[in-house]
Unconditional design. Structure first.
Length: 421
């Protein structure tokens, strides 16, 4: 498939795209808003000529945040436009940056929509986070001489096989990129095999290692646990959980309560449209559950705190003693293991970590990550750690050491961006 055929098929698929939006809007009403932006219609007023950063959703937005702040500091005269594809990503961008950046949804990958977007923004540099590759957006940038950087790039073996099936589309698209700043050497080789230009592929590492924790956030967590009178209470968090995973986590918590009846689980579903259904699940399991969004103090009788707020995940990690990172007991590929590690928490996950193989391997080899396969193993591992403070401390220090050893990717990336600017 070449780009003209891809574009034709994309136009033919527009009714299906509209149907998918409508179905998503039934679960998450925010998908029904600002639809015009997805077609480059009614875009907000933009100051042209700056840097455009695309972060598809919440995870990429969080990963991009240190880079965006550094760009704001280094180039205060340049407007920065940040786009995403999801309402949760949009909320996160607005919460992190407010009016200090320009923001809208990225239009669909239609040539006329991409052209209209670029005419409005007129960036001097485009930075796309991780693996969000859109042939028409990239081609429209190339036509205008706008350098495009794929930053913090990652490409799993599975994704590489998918792209390889469409070589006539993939190879020309990758050849139009000015820089592919990849996380690992293995991923660099995958991009080269798919057709990227060798002089444009550079291993910079993952900027997720350059996460800096605000001391004030840690202090707020200590204060809140004091207010809850839960300084000595065992607290664990299951974060970014997916459908089918919450049941496993709750079963593990019920098992843990048989030996540690004062244990508190902070359960944070990945997607906000699931907050209500997960709350109903907790109640149906007979667990006394309090919702974080209500702003009420946790009581000694509470067994679950549902993290049903946006933009608080780091703070909720800070409240816990042990962190389980979701998307890993189901075949979703896992989520960011480095956030809890940066907070000095022992990190647990399921076996499905194909989105973070390199990071998981480093944490595992250092002794900072434990993997479990089911509810019984999860409960047993948490109970063991709670009974062995020295092992918890060892895992904590190992995680912090891995982060420290890998930092510097952001600085390397910023030097490359400066060269292109």
């Amino acid at each position: 498939m070449n780009r003209p055929l891809y574009t034709l098929l994309l136009h033919l698929a527009l009714p299906l795209i509209a149907l998918r939006l409508a179905l998503r809007a039934r679960k998450a009403p925010a998908y029904a808003r600002r639809i015009n932006e997805r077609f480059s219609l009614g875009l907000p007023t933009m100051q042209p000529g700056g840097i455009w950063v695309h972060a598809v959703s919440v995870g990429e937005s969080i990963a991009a945040a240190p880079m965006i702040r550094a760009l704001q500091s280094h180039y205060p005269e340049l407007p920065i436009t940040v786009t995403c594809m999801t309402p949760t990503g949009s909320e996160r961008i607005q919460a992190m940056f407010g009016n200090s950046v320009q923001h809208c949804y990225l239009p669909y990958d239609l040539p006329w929509a991409a052209a209209r977007f670029l005419e409005r923004v007129q960036p001097c540099l485009a930075v796309v986070m991780e693996t969000e590759l859109w042939p028409n957006h990239i081609h429209q940038c190339a036509k205008r001489g706008i350098p495009v950087v794929l930053a913090n790039a990652r490409l799993s073996e599975r994704s590489a096989r998918g792209y390889a099936r469409f070589a006539k589309l993939t190879a020309p698209m990758l050849a139009e990129l000015s820089l592919i700043a990849v996380q690992t050497q293995a991923e660099a080789q995958r991009f080269l095999t798919l057709g990227a230009r060798p002089e444009c592929v550079e291993v910079t590492g993952s900027i997720k290692f350059d996460l800096k924790i605000d001391a004030e956030l840690l202090q707020r967590a200590v204060e809140l646990r004091r207010q809850w009178q839960a300084e000595q209470r065992p607290v664990w968090i299951a974060a970014s959980t997916h459908a089918g995973e919450d049941e496993i986590v709750l079963a593990a918590h019920r098992q843990l309560l048989t030996t540690r009846p004062d244990a508190l689980l902070i359960l944070v579903p990945r997607h906000p449209e699931r907050f209500n259904s997960v709350h109903d699940l907790c109640i149906s399991e007979g667990l006394k559950t309090r919702r974080r969004s209500m702003g009420e103090a946790v009581q000694a009788s509470d067994e679950v705190l549902l993290g049903d707020t946006m933009g608080e995940l780091l703070f909720l990690y800070a409240l816990a003693d042990i962190a389980f990172v979701g998307g890993s007991l189901v075949a979703n590929g896992g989520h960011n293991l480095l956030e809890p590690a940066a907070l000095g928490k022992p990190v647990l996950s399921g076996p499905h970590l194909f989105n973070f193989l390199e990071i998981a391997a480093q944490l595992r080899d250092a002794g900072a990550l434990s993997e479990v396969e089911n509810a019984a193993q999860l409960a047993d591992r948490i109970a063991t750690l709670l009974n062995e403070p020295s092992e918890m401390q060892s895992m904590s220090q190992a995680g912090l050491s891995v982060l420290k050893a890998n930092q510097g990717a952001l600085e390397r990336l910023l030097k490359d961006l400066q060269r292109l600017l």
